[in-house]
Write a protein that binds this ligand. Structure first.
Ligand SMILES: NC(=O)c1ccc[n+]([C@@H]2O[C@H](COP(=O)([O-])OP(=O)(O)OC[C@H]3O[C@@H](n4cnc5c(N)ncnc54)[C@H](OP(=O)(O)O)[C@@H]3O)[C@@H](O)[C@H]2O)c1
Length: 221
């Protein structure tokens, strides 16, 4: 099996690489600094230097993976931005940093995967239940929420374009103990990624364009 993880220097991305490598998969993964690239190589992955928020860097991915046929591709890169509690207007810089990583980065990366997915491939983006409008009960982190709602829209469009070629889904990993989730979170990265890999492995073509929790249950858009 061939796997691509985009944004894998630490946290859930790195754990995806560790677990897919342990299962014997051939893994290509990206990071945007030297330490991240070293961590990926230490796990036996082919490490590529990609910053999804940089147009020149991100647009080079297609060339870096030319000729590959990935069975699983995961867009994991993400940024939380300001920890707002109410309707605190973000600065333009805060808005751009979050939206460029979570949304524009996906709009750069997903089109480039079109030619490097194996028949019947699975394509997942790491979204968040915080991006769900249908299940929303709180407003903290509203810039992050808006970015994941937009990422969900991007994933839905990718699922329509890639229908028949790949099964495309948005995934919520749970609240996970990473730099983003913090030490008080519910799940370890090991538990979350074990669950997410199971969800990905169990995807059927009818699941194309859906939004799943790490336990496999559906989440409303
Ligand atoms: N942890 C949670 O509770 C939780 C809950 C719901 C959803 N998620 C989502 O799950 C994904 C992984 O989260 P995490 O908890 O592992 O977060 P994390 O520990 O903060 O790691 C974020 C990852 O994204 C990468 N990244 C950020 N900006 C990037 C860019 N411009 N180009 C390339 N890579 C970039 C980071 O690389 P650098 O090391 O280079 O910064 C890092 O590898 C994210 O999309 C996040 O929104 C997490």
């Amino acid at each position: 099996m061939k796997v691509l993880i985009v944004g894998a220097s630490r946290g859930l991305g790195l754990e995806f690489v560790r677990q897919y490598r342990s299962s014997g998969a051939v893994v290509t993964a990206t990071a945007r600094d030297a330490q991240g690239l070293v961590r990926l190589e230490a796990l036996g992955a082919k490490a590529l230097n990609v910053d999804v928020a940089d147009v020149a860097s991100a647009s080079g991915l297609e060339w870096l993976v030319d000729g590959e046929a990935f069975d699983v591709a995961v867009y994991n890169a993400g940024a939380y931005g300001p920890h707002s509690s109410g309707l605190d207007t973000p600065t333009a810089e805060e808005f751009d940093a979050v939206m460029h990583t979570n949304v524009l980065g996906a709009m750069r990366v997903l089109p480039q995967l079109n030619g490097v997915l194996a028949p019947g491939a699975k394509l997942a983006v790491l979204s968040s239940r915080m991006g769900s409008i249908g299940e929303r009960e709180a407003a903290f982190g509203w810039l992050y929420r808006a970015s994941k709602a937009a990422l969900n829209s991007v994933l839905k469009d990718a699922s329509l374009v890639l229908k028949g070629q790949a099964t495309c889904v948005a995934l919520h990993p749970g609240w996970v103990k990473t730099d983003m989730g913090g030490s008080g979170a519910d799940l370890t990265p090991e538990r979350s990624v074990t669950d997410l890999r199971k969800v990905i492995a169990g995807l059927r073509t009818a699941d194309n364009g859906k939004f799943f929790n790490h336990d496999g249950s559906a989440i409303a858009w």
